[in-house]
Ligand binder design. Sequence first.
Ligand SMILES: Nc1ncnc2c1ncn2[C@@H]1O[C@H](COP(=O)(O)OP(=O)(O)O)[C@@H](O)[C@H]1O
Ligand SMILES: [Mg+2]
Length: 170
Amino acid sequence: MAPILDPHTLEFVSRNPTQTHRLGVRLGALLPGGAVVCLEGPLGAGKTRFAQGIGRGWGAEQTLISPTFVLVREYDRAEDDVRLYHVDLYRISGAEEAFGLGLDDFLGDERAVCLIEWAERARSLIPPEHLWVRLAFADGDPLRRIINFTAQGERHAALLRRFRREAFGV
Ligand SMILES: Nc1ncnc2c1ncn2[C@@H]1O[C@H](COP(=O)(O)OP(=O)(O)O)[C@@H](O)[C@H]1O
Ligand SMILES: [Mg+2]
């Protein structure tokens, strides 16, 4: 199910972790250098699971593991010199501390793809053009997640349109 709310928004209900991962694979395969993907949602919502799918689809040479303790992990892929940065801001107190991590060195850089868990903790650092993904628990079913995508800026909107077409055929 993928109701289209408006051209810049997409909402999907995932029934289990495998489905969330698979959706990430689809998105990861489409991510161009410069893409910024923000992942918002409570602990256990599936941000890391989704990011792991993205890493797989993008072609990361290693399986993504949660950067909760190191805050940033970097991944390469064989086909080019774009690098994937997986960031987790759960442990930071705010934008100032996040700034200290040097995120601005690669956020939005054409040779970087950025996945940022808990992006809402450093909103002022997030480039204006991004794909915001919100994961929420659904009532009544412990395996269900509502996943909402909102694109800001034309490049990310085009990315979201392509993702919708390829993942949902609409
Ligand atoms: N539909 C679903 N999508 C993603 N994860 C799910 C789903 N249903 C259950 N889970 C479970 O929820 C947990 C999500 O963990 P994780 O991805 O680390 O969350 P977060 O990074 O948001 O804290 C995993 O244990 C996963 O198996
Ligand atoms: Mg996580």
